[in-house]
Every structure is written in structure tokens, then in C-alpha cells.
Design a protein around this ligand. Structure first.
Ligand code: ADP
Length: 169
């Protein structure tokens, strides 16, 4: 069984992330989405919330499991028996960072492979930050993130707008 780990901050999970996940699921037997507990990054959503949202988004996908992790990615991969790390590549700007992570992981665990999937053209400019920025100013994020995430962004940035609409119904 070929187990792959798809690690990331996923703050929040976007349609670009989902696209990479679904494409990886066609190649590997099981994908573990590993939500990174990032001590140095200030996140909009708590780790638990991010895990919950991704679990909801991927609940129809039998091959996918969602967990959080801290510590070294290579240790986590060893623990779960993964042979591959999946990462997405949008632009040249991603490449340098991905190359750095790859080099470190390869040194720490030579048998662990990294597979970089190129972003689909329609998502190549999409990031969690862009989705948050649009949501912050009450823009339409329905093409950027799954509906579950869009609702959580709305609650995080515009809680009153939702309540008004709900009470008007
Ligand atoms: P990190 O903080 O680890 O970079 P992210 O949540 O930003 O985590 O992204 C996780 C992975 O998904 C990274 O490999 C990133 O390059 C990739 N990714 C992010 N957005 C997209 C997208 N729109 N299309 C394809 N891959 C993406």
C-alpha cells in the first residue's frame, strides 16, 4: 500500500489544495492530509478547526485521512508508514522553498520521496492568503474555497452579515 502525506498549513484549505489532493488520490492508495501546527505562524483558524474543515470537505473520499502533526515531517511520515510527501507547485516562487524542504527531508530520510504536482492553471494564482484577503472585504470566495470553508471565512470576518441574513429568513 502506497501511503502519501500531504502536509501544509491549510489556513484555510482552498480549491487549489483540494485539486492537488484529488489528483494525488488517483496515484496513491492512501493520502494523509497533515495539518501543520506552526508555532511561528499566526493562523486565522485553530489547528482543530482546520482539521475539522478539511475532514468535512473530504468526507466522501475513502482514501483520505486528515490529522494534525507537529515536530519533524520525516518522523511523522515514518510513524504513519508513508513513502511519499506530496506538495503543490504554483510558480517559480514556490520552487525555491519546495527545493529547500526537499533537500532537508532527503538528508534526514533518504528513502522518503517528494512528489511535486503542478497546480492546475485555474488555481495557479490561488493561495490561502488570497482567499482570506477576499473574505476580509466581504468578497465572493465561492470559486476559491469549498463551501464549508467559505462559510467559516464568512463567520470569521463578517459574523454580523450572516446573522442578519439568517434572522431575515
Ligand atoms: P505551507 O505553509 O506548508 O506552504 P500551504 O497550506 O500554503 O502550506 O500549502 C500546502 C501545499 O499546497 C504547498 O505545497 C503549496 O505549494 C501547495 N499549494 C497551495 N496552494 C496551491 C494551489 N492553489 N494549487 C496547488 N498547490 C497549492
Amino acid at each position: 500500500m502506497r501511503i502519501a502525506v500531504y502536509p501544509g498549513s491549510f489556513d484555510p484549505f482552498t480549491n487549489g489544495h483540494l485539486d492537488i489532493l484529488e489528483r494525488a488520490a488517483r496515484v496513491f492508495d492512501r493520502i494523509i492530509v497533515a495539518v501543520l501546527v506552526h508555532p511561528s505562524k499566526s493562523a486565522l483558524f485553530t489547528t482543530n478547526k482546520r482539521v475539522k474543515m478539511i475532514s468535512e470537505v473530504t468526507k466522501g473520499h475513502k482514501k483520505v485521512r486528515v490529522v494534525h502533526f507537529n515536530g519533524l515531517l520525516v518522523d511523522f511520515c515514518r510513524q504513519v508508514g508513508a513513502c511519499v510527501i506530496i506538495r503543490g507547485l504554483r510558480a517559480v516562487s514556490d520552487y525555491e522553498y519546495e527545493l529547500q524542504i526537499f533537500a532537508v527531508n532527503k538528508q534526514l530520510e533518504p528513502d522518503l520521496e517528494t512528489v511535486l504536482l503542478l497546480a492546475s492553471p485555474q488555481y495557479s494564482f490561488l493561495s490561502s492568503s488570497i482567499a482570506k484577503e477576499v473574505a476580509r472585504y466581504d468578497g465572493d470566495v465561492s470559486t476559491l474555497v469549498p463551501p464549508v470553508v467559505a462559510e467559516e471565512l464568512r463567520k470569521a470576518f463578517n459574523p454580523r452579515r450572516g446573522k442578519k441574513q439568517e434572522s431575515a429568513q
